[in-house]
Design a protein around this ligand. Structure first.
Ligand code: PMP
Length: 400
C-alpha cells in the first residue's frame, strides 16, 4: 500500500478543468469559452506569422541550447522593459529597473510573490474581488497573505469604484495592491483614466506598493502603448511598482512560457540589490528560464519590420474579438431588447463577465454545450461570428 493513500483527490482547476469537460462532450454544438486562448475565425489555435518568421531566422542562425543566465536573455530583458515603459523611459536610462525573464506571467508573479515573502514579510497583497483565480494560489503557495478589495458591482455589471477606494484606503499603510494592467480578468472592466488617478493618489497617501499584472499588453486595445497606460501613469506619479508581464496572449507564445518580472524603483542601487536577491530566489525555483520563446520575442521586437508586423497582427486579434463582442451584443438585443446588455460592449479584452449565476452556467453547459467558468466568464477569443447567434440564444435562455 502506498504511503500516499491519505492524499486526497484535488478538485479540477476551475479554468483548465473546463477544457477537460469540453473534450469529453460528444455534441457537435459544443463551444469552449472557458480558457483564455485566442482562436481564429475557424476556432483553431493561431501561431502568429511573425513568430514563424522569427523562428525561421533563429533556425538559420543555428543558435545553441546552452543555459541562459539566471535573469534570462539580455536582449529579451531590455526589449520587455522597453515595451512596458516605452523605449525612452528615464527609469531605463537611470538603471532604476530590475528586469528578470521568468516563466511567463504565472512564473513572474510567483517569483514576485517569493520576493514579497522574503523581503516584505507580513505584508498582505490586496486582490480585486473577483480576480484571476490563480493569483490566490500563487500567493498562498508562496506563503503570502492575501485579502480582497471590492471591484465588481453585480447591480451595474460594472466597477464598484467607491468600494474599491474604501477598501484600498482601509488597508494598512505599506500594503501591496495587485492591479490588472489592462483588460481585467475575469470582468473585462478597467478603471477609467480619472479613476486610475484616484487610485494612484491613494497609493501615494497610504504608501502602498502597486503590483501590476500585465498579461494583455497590446492584446486588449491593439495598441501596446494604450494598454500600458496604468503602470506608466503610476511611475509618472513617482510611485515604485512591481510589474509581471506575459507574452502568452499578445505573441501567442502560451506554451513557450515567456514573461518577465520588473521592479521599477527610485534608485539604481536598490534596483541592483533587488536584482541580486531576485536572482537568488529564481535560482532555487527553476534555475534559469527557457531560451526559445525569449529569442522569438527579442527577434520580433528587435527587427523593425517584424515589430510592425506584430503590431498589425495584434490589432487583427484585438479587432476580431471586438467584432464578435459587438455581434454578440446585437444578437442579444434582438432576442431581448428589454434587458440592458451594454456591459458586453463596455468590457474590454478577451473576457466578458456575463453575470450568469452558477445555476445558469450549468444550464449553458448541460443544455447548450457551452463550456465556461462557473463565475459566468466567457472568453470572446474562443467565439467566432458563425457561433454568436447560437451563443446569444443560449445566454438568453439561461437568463430566463
Ligand atoms: N495574469 C492574468 C490576469 C491572466 O489572465 C493570465 C493568463 N490567463 C496570466 C496572468 C498568466 O498567464 P501565463 O502564465 O500564461 O503568462
Amino acid at each position: 500500500e502506498s504511503r500516499f493513500t491519505s492524499v486526497e483527490q484535488a478538485p479540477p482547476d476551475p479554468i483548465l478543468g473546463v477544457s477537460e469537460a469540453f473534450k469529453a462532450d460528444k455534441s457537435d454544438l459544443k463551444l469552449n469559452l472557458g480558457v483564455g486562448a485566442y482562436r481564429t475565425e475557424e476556432l483553431k489555435p493561431y501561431v502568429l506569422d511573425v513568430v514563424k518568421k522569427a523562428e525561421k531566422a533563429l533556425l538559420d542562425k543555428g543558435e545553441n541550447k546552452e543555459y541562459l543566465p539566471i535573469e534570462g536573455l539580455a536582449s529579451f530583458r531590455s526589449a520587455t522593459a522597453e515595451l512596458l515603459l516605452g523605449p525612452t523611459h528615464p527609469a531605463i536610462k537611470e538603471k532604476r529597473i530590475a528586469t528578470l525573464q521568468s516563466l511567463s506571467g504565472t512564473g513572474s508573479l510567483r517569483l514576485g510573490a517569493s520576493f514579497i515573502a522574503r523581503f516584505l514579510p507580513g505584508t498582505a497583497v490586496y486582490l480585486s474581488n473577483p480576480t484571476w483565480g490563480n493569483h490566490k494560489n500563487i500567493l498562498s503557495d508562496s506563503g503570502v497573505e492575501w485579502k480582497n478589495y471590492r471591484y465588481f458591482d453585480p447591480e451595474t455589471v460594472g466597477l464598484d469604484f467607491d468600494g474599491m477606494m474604501e477598501d484600498i484606503k482601509s488597508a494598512p499603510d505599506n500594503s501591496i495592491i495587485m492591479l490588472h494592467g489592462c483588460a481585467h480578468n475575469p470582468t473585462g472592466i478597467d478603471p477609467t483614466e480619472e479613476q486610475w488617478a484616484k487610485i494612484a493618489d491613494l497609493c501615494i497617501e497610504k504608501n502602498h506598493l502597486p503590483f501590476f499584472d500585465v498579461a494583455y499588453q497590446g492584446f486588449a486595445s491593439g495598441s501596446l502603448d494604450e494598454d500600458a497606460y496604468a503602470p506608466r501613469y503610476f511611475l509618472e506619479r513617482g510611485l515604485e511598482i512591481i510589474a509581471a508581464q506575459s507574452y502568452s496572449k499578445n505573441l501567442g507564445l502560451y506554451g513557450e512560457r515567456v514573461g518577465a518580472l520588473n521592479f521599477v524603483l527610485s534608485d539604481s542601487n536598490s534596483a541592483q540589490r533587488v536584482m541580486s536577491q531576485a536572482k537568488r530566489l529564481a535560482r532555487a525555483l527553476y534555475s534559469n528560464p527557457p531560451v526559445h520563446g525569449a529569442r522569438i520575442a527579442a527577434e520580433v521586437v528587435g527587427q523593425p519590420d517584424l515589430f510592425d508586423e506584430w503590431r498589425e497582427e495584434m490589432q487583427g486579434m484585438a479587432g476580431r474579438i471586438k467584432t464578435v463582442r459587438q455581434k454578440l451584443y446585437d444578437e442579444l438585443v434582438k432576442l431581448n431588447g428589454d434587458k440592458d446588455w451594454s456591459f458586453i460592449t463596455n468590457q474590454i479584452g478577451m473576457f466578458s463577465f456575463t453575470g450568469l449565476s452558477p445555476a445558469q452556467v450549468e444550464n449553458m453547459t448541460k443544455k447548450h454545450h457551452v463550456y465556461m467558468t462557473k463565475d459566468g466568464r466567457i472568453s470572446m477569443a474562443g467565439l467566432n461570428n458563425a457561433k454568436t447567434e447560437y451563443l446569444a440564444k443560449a445566454i438568453d435562455d439561461s437568463f430566463r
